[in-house]
Write a new protein. Structure first.
Length: 191
């Protein structure tokens, strides 16, 4: 197992039974992220916990294949991002697989860095979006149960409104800044 020390906050686990390939992927990531490698599904199973933000997972491994490992870690509660990085062409069996991205080998160092960056960005979007929807739910609840004059007189309601608007604008800015991920113009935020 190879561990690197660059740690700007994000942590990546590279799982591939081809040690040379796992180490190559890790070398492409280690200048930006804290990276560990596992050279088997069993080794990965011992390492994986919520400390890892992204797991790069080979699908074809002896003893414990990546798709079985994926099912096990999800069943055990791992909620981080999982990217299947594999030479296995996708088939309809991927429909039921709980991964976040599927990348077909061979991949370049730039592609590995891009996919990790995209997954971390999506995770950030998800957290902000969840926060936005929690605030909108509170606002809708108050608006449905209180008269307008009471809402306008309450500082907490005003704070919620300002915060929700600010988060919505942040999300729209994030989407505009990273539209290469294929999102629309933030229309899904208007609800």
């Amino acid at each position: 197992m190879m561990e690197t020390t660059a740690d700007p906050g994000a942590s990546v686990l590279v799982v591939d039974d081809e040690q040379r390939l796992a180490d190559l992927y890790a070398s492409h990531l280690q200048t930006t992220y804290r990276v560990e490698t596992a050279y088997s599904g069993a080794e990965a199973l011992e390492l994986i916990d919520d400390e890892f933000d992204v797991v790069l997972l080979d699908r074809r491994m002896p003893e414990l294949p990546g798709d079985q490992l994926l099912d096990r870690i999800r069943a055990e509660g791992y909620s981080g991002r999982v990217v299947m990085v594999t030479a296995a062409d996708p088939d309809f069996d991927i429909v039921d697989m709980p991964f976040d991205e599927y990348v077909i080998k061979p991949v370049t160092g730039e592609e590995i860095r891009d996919v990790v960056e995209a997954q971390l960005l999506l995770d950030s979007y998800e957290m902000r979006l969840n926060e936005y929807f929690r605030l909108k739910s509170k606002l809708r609840t108050l608006e449905g149960s209180k008269p307008r004059f009471e809402l306008e007189d309450d500082d907490r309601y005003e704070e919620l409104t300002v915060l929700a608007t600010s988060i919505k604008e942040d999300l729209e800015d994030m989407l505009a800044e990273h539209d290469e991920l294929g999102f629309a113009d933030g229309e899904f935020l208007d609800g």
